[in-house]
Design a binder for this molecule. Structure first.
Ligand code: ZN
Length: 150
């Protein structure tokens, strides 16, 4: 196993076992229920976005496979303190990375440690598991209520 895929496994296991921001936000400003029928993953995102578009708090709940949970956990860690505009840029970059459209070169993106998820390319059936939390994030920002990824 390569170093990269080894690291990928470790991070997924860690975040699945100890998910960060796994809770609900009382009186949240934004929320969305996301569903991935392919795997059965259900992720709910709660956000507190202030008037200037800053993400003050973000949390997730729900149930799903290790990849969907680890992806949601890492996404919330990286989103706190960012703006809604940053979140949209990161969603685009994350999506391009996991689908192989973009090679995550150091310094050329805003993904930081999230580049670990490029490992999901080796498992095409799990791409939707990794992207569910992100689609749900955009849905919460846009307040479209719920999203099912096809
Ligand atoms: Zn899944």
């Amino acid at each position: 196993m390569s170093y990269q895929s080894d690291l990928y496994q470790q991070v997924i296991l860690d975040h699945n076992k100890n998910p960060r921001n796994f809770r609900e936000i009382e009186g949240h400003s934004n929320s969305c229920d996301g569903y991935n029928p392919l795997c059965g993953d259900k992720i709910n995102i709660h956000m507190q976005i202030n008037e200037s578009g800053l993400i003050e708090d973000i949390a997730f709940s729900g149930s799903g496979c290790a990849i969907s949970k680890a992806s949601a956990s890492m996404m919330t860690v990286n989103m706190k303190g960012k703006t809604v505009a940053d979140a949209r840029v990161m969603f685009e970059e994350f999506h391009k990375m996991i689908t192989g459209v973009m090679e995550p070169q150091p310094g050329a993106h805003h993904l930081g440690k999230l580049t670990i998820f490029q490992g999901v390319r080796e498992f095409p059936s799990r791409i939707k598991c990794a992207s569910l939390a992100w689609h749900t994030l955009v849905c919460a920002i846009d307040k479209t209520g719920e999203t099912t990824i096809e």
